[in-house]
Design a protein around this ligand. Sequence first.
Ligand SMILES: Nc1ncnc2c1ncn2[C@@H]1O[C@H](COP(=O)(O)OP(=O)(O)O)[C@@H](O)[C@H]1O
Ligand SMILES: [Mg+2]
Length: 240
Amino acid sequence: MNEAPAALSVRNLSVHYGGVYAVRDISFDVAAGEAVGVIGANGAGKTSTLKALLGLVPRTVGGLRFGDTDLAKVKAHDMVRHGIGYVPEGRHVFVGLSVEKNLLLGAYCRPWNKATRSRLDEAYDLFPMLRDMRGRLAGALSGGQQQMLAIGRALMSRPRLLLLDEPSMGLSPKLVEDILAVLQRLHREGLSTVLVEQNAKLTFEAASQCLVVENGAVALSGTSQELQHDPRVRKIYLGL
Ligand SMILES: Nc1ncnc2c1ncn2[C@@H]1O[C@H](COP(=O)(O)OP(=O)(O)O)[C@@H](O)[C@H]1O
Ligand SMILES: [Mg+2]
């Protein structure tokens, strides 16, 4: 497996469910080590976009490359082996398993060795609260703790690109700040990310480039700096 940073290139990605388009002709790039945000209201097509990248929903795509790999040819269950990590909307932790077992499941495609052990230590360093709760059932964790666990689990496979679907959903402002701090640390460590969010404020702080998606299509795109000064973005997405 190639561990070098890689760029993602998405061209003309579309998703339709039974003839109704949920995503139409979305194109974007994520440079190696870059954080890209996708902002959109409920139903805009954010989750469908991420699932389409992963091959989890029927899609058409003109080009989908990650480094040297043609991801359009990679099956959903092999994405993790190609360095793509996924934190799904709603966390989907295994509620009947311990925190530590949830984390270890994130490394299922890697042999149990010193490297995996150190990955577990890194996850606990990133989320010290998970270390304290390692034996606790995931179902007993708060929503914010489960979100941290879902991120920690995705990191266990050592992804080079992390896709996050609304990690701030349902969390208190304090926990949203904690998520932002984690995303900023991962960015400093060189991880490429695609962050899909309704929370535009968080996204502008976490990502350098953003797309605004409306009705499944890109309505606006630019740097976070540019977009947060756009009058429409300020009114509709920042409530200013
Ligand atoms: N499995 C599905 N079957 C049919 N329509 C769907 C399905 N999943 C999502 N949709 C529709 O596709 C559109 C985009 O949904 P989604 O990608 O979940 O948006 P978001 O994540 O931005 O809220 C919505 O109109 C939604 O109702
Ligand atoms: Mg969604």
